[in-house]
Write a protein that binds this ligand. Structure first.
Ligand SMILES: Nc1ncnc2c1ncn2[C@@H]1O[C@H](COP(=O)(O)OP(=O)(O)OP(=O)(O)O)[C@@H](O)[C@H]1O
Length: 376
């Protein structure tokens, strides 16, 4: 994009440009474009003789935000073009998801930039459905993504992704090659047990099985690995938080009080083990009758908001109780893949972008903190 020049305009100063850019709001970050770290370069090329300036801006998305980058470029262009003295303007676009910040105590998972846990205090609130749709939302926004089903008690991801009875290949008898479904890599702890494995064995073997899957899967290069946790706050959650560096956790809840109480326990547990809570997804927020359009908040209203506010975290999104969401998951093609232009897919993509944005924000805060410490 560029604008023609007018040689009688006054010259621009850089501080004025930065100030103006602070007026460009990025919803995914709930912050302005400068705070969001999206302005990678801002250059003023002055032509002294002709007294005119060309502004060059490079926007670099630090998260999976393909569907937003053009809107942002347009907003930047509109904002700067209005300023006196801006006669020629170039806006370049790029996306590069940086690796999570260094963690001195815990190793990263090889090849994976961010591991994100999706958890719920209570069972049956739609955690797995949310996890797969966040994974596909991130992929739709331009990231390379994997999903790990860590729910040894009720592994449902293979079914939701339409993988049927497929099993991952083993290389050299010890490394798993994840399966792939609709462009996302997938592994499940369910692959390590059979339907006949008794429930009572699954508990003690769960942490060992998780460790095995974490250390023996060749994910290749991933921007995000989404881990669908079992419900509750047990051994699996602790093993994950204590064995590898997690970029954060997303808490899924329904708006009813009983689910909220359990969601709070989930938030507190992650905080105790120093895993940042990225936000809350309120699932089954409301039901819209497919016959008459009547809207009914079956599980109550405002619960996700209250919990997000109470714990100073973000409400990442609200998903309705929808036949389409349930039906597509049961058919092995999550709604983001099967109905990509539907309102539900758009809602999940928004949640996914916000998850990516929050992770980017936290990484940025951590690296500026470590710079400060190094300076001292
Ligand atoms: N927004 C929604 N609208 C309609 N159905 C939904 C929605 N979210 C989840 N479901 C359905 O609710 C059921 C439970 O969802 P899911 O398996 O994702 O929950 P979960 O919290 O992971 O359960 P578990 O505790 O067993 O792991 C599934 O049949 C799923 O299709």
């Amino acid at each position: 994009m560029s604008v023609p020049s007018d040689s009688n305009s006054p010259r621009v100063d850089e501080a004025q440009l930065w100030k103006a850019l602070e007026g460009v709001y990025v919803e995914d970050f709930d912050a302005n474009i400068v705070e969001a770290g999206i302005i990678d370069q801002l250059r003023i090329d002055d032509d002294q003789e002709e007294e005119k300036s060309k502004i060059n801006v490079v926007l670099k998305m630090p998260y999976a935000g393909n569907s937003e980058i053009r809107n942002l470029a347009q907003a930047v262009w509109n904002t700067l073009y209005q300023l006196p003295g801006v006669e020629a303007l170039g806006v370049d676009l790029d996306m590069e998801i940086p690796h999570g910040p260094e963690n001195k105590e815990l190793p990263f998972l090889a090849g994976v930039k961010h591991v994100i846990a999706v958890a719920s205090g209570k069972g049956g609130v739609g955690k797995s459905t949310t996890a797969v749709n966040i994974a596909y939302g991130l992929a739709a926004e331009g990231a390379s993504v994997g999903i790990l089903d860590a729910d040894i008690y009720g592994p449902s991801i293979p079914h939701m992704l339409g993988l049927g009875d497929k099993r991952p290949e083993m290389v050299d008898g010890k490394i798993f090659k994840p399966l792939e479904a609709h462009g996302v890599k997938a592994m499940s702890m369910g692959f390590l047990v059979t339907e006949q494995t008794p429930m009572v064995w699954r508990g003690p073997m769960a942490s060992g099985a998780l460790q095995q899957i974490l250390t023996q899967t060749d994910w290749g290069e991933l921007d995000y690995l989404i881990v669908d946790m079992p419900p509750g706050t047990g051994d699996i959650q602790l093993t994950l938080a204590q064995k590898i560096a997690l970029s954060g956790a997303v808490i899924v809840t329904t708006p009813q009080n009983i689910a909220l109480l359990d969601a709070q326990k989930g938030i507190e547990m992650f905080r105790k083990v120093d895993v940042p809570v990225l936000g809350v997804v309120e699932n089954m927020s409301t039901h819209i009758c497919s016959q008459c359009g009547h809207e009914e908040p079956i599980f109550g209203t405002g619960g996700g908001d209250r919990i997000a506010e109470g714990y100073e975290t973000r409400l990442l999104g609200q998903l309705p109780l929808s036949l389409k969401i349930r039906d597509q998951a049961d058919k092995g093609k999550p709604v983001v893949v099967s109905n990509p232009s539907s309102e539900w897919a758009e809602s999940y993509r928004k949640v996914a972008r916000r998850v990516g944005a929050q992770v980017a924000m936290n990484s940025m805060a951590a690296s500026s903190l470590s710079l400060e410490i190094t300076d001292e």
